[in-house]
Design a protein around this ligand. Sequence first.
Ligand code: SF4
Length: 465
Amino acid sequence: MPAFARKRIPTFAAFMSSGRTVAFHTLGCKLNFAETSTLARSLEEAGFARVRPEERPDVFVLNTCSVTENADKECRQWVRRFQRINPEGFIAVVGCYAQLKPQEIAAIPGVDLVLGANEKFDLAAHLERLEGKQDQGRAVFGAIKEVRSFVPGWNTGDRTRTFLKVQDGCDYFCSFCTIPLARGRSRSATIAETLAIVRGIASAGVREVVLTGVNTGDFGRMHGETFLDLVRELDKVQGIDRFRISSIEPNLCGDELIDLVAGSERFMPHFHMPLQSGSDAILERMRRRYDTALYARRVERIRERLPHACIGADVITGTPGENDQEFERTHAFLRDTAVDYLHVFTYSERANTTAVRMEDTVPTERRRERTHQLRILSTKLQRSFMERQLGSARMVLFERGDGEGAAMEGYTDNYVRVVAPYDASRVDQLSEVRLGRINGDGLVEGTFTMASPSRYVVDEFAMIV
Ligand code: SF4
């Protein structure tokens, strides 16, 4: 038994009589961060004080991800890290990996509690029921098909930007993806419920809301509403300067939505649309719901309506059947369609997906090589996008960062990361900045202009010049 052998501690309640501190660590996507914040609020309401992991908390909560094969390794590493910090601390594991492999995680030495996709939102109650540290953790989870309720989530504490979970789950079942198995069927709150949350966030002084989900564009389908309806209503909410759509499937990013964003002061000219492959044969094997022609039309429409917009794409290398020609087709498609940056993932076999049963698997080394090539392409695309912005004046929302310092950073409307001299009066504020040069850290150096915040007027002028 490891050095930090367990001490038999009567009950969780007894252990907690001397105070209640909790620390969280989140792996994975913006959705997980929004949910961690929601779980933290529920524990704070139950009397816990939130601390950082290194502050030796009584309870550690790990919010896991399941997208890559490293999920298991990362989970074990963090459990060991928690145990080194406080061998007597309770460890709870939630999130996508917890729903997929609850028993396996419960067997990891040191883990006390594993909660499934539905159960995680009752974390405080499940902690109270713990009867001290046991040799085997308790796993509480249900079948994913029973997960039907939608629990909204948003992060607080950051007055600049908030990730707002507006949708959860997915009905697409792409052949390589485990997310529907970890998060269940597509679901969301109603537009009215979502607007109420956003008004609450606005009253907390937050300037930018990032709409996030698993298949965000599928918002509202269970209530007979649409994502387009939601965007139209959000555009009218007072008090939020900016909305950003974190990601949207190409088949759900229609002309109406692009035109709505183009005509909006609040929705940012930034589209992150997963492509996954530039080969129609591979898209078919992935069971994606579009082809490259549709994707190219989306990019064309965005470029036409929002020439300065930023377009990002997810792409996976090495899925079964991807031969050299098909990879070349993906590389050429991305280069010629001229998206502005890529998030590149290396395919990894995931249990219970249809792709794992497919033949013609690509050797791991070859997958990694292709990922490397696309990451080089991404750097070039991003550089050329940033260079096209230099000289123009754009609105930047400067973040608090680590407080007082020599410089502060923030994003332009079209997702360029800008650095400028620190000015406390401009933190959490929108400021117009002229984009100068790209510095050694890959950030654009900005200088404040005296012009009014109406970005449209300034934009056109800069473009003409
Ligand atoms: S759209 Fe496909 S890749 Fe995205 S979460 Fe759904 S199943 Fe996974």
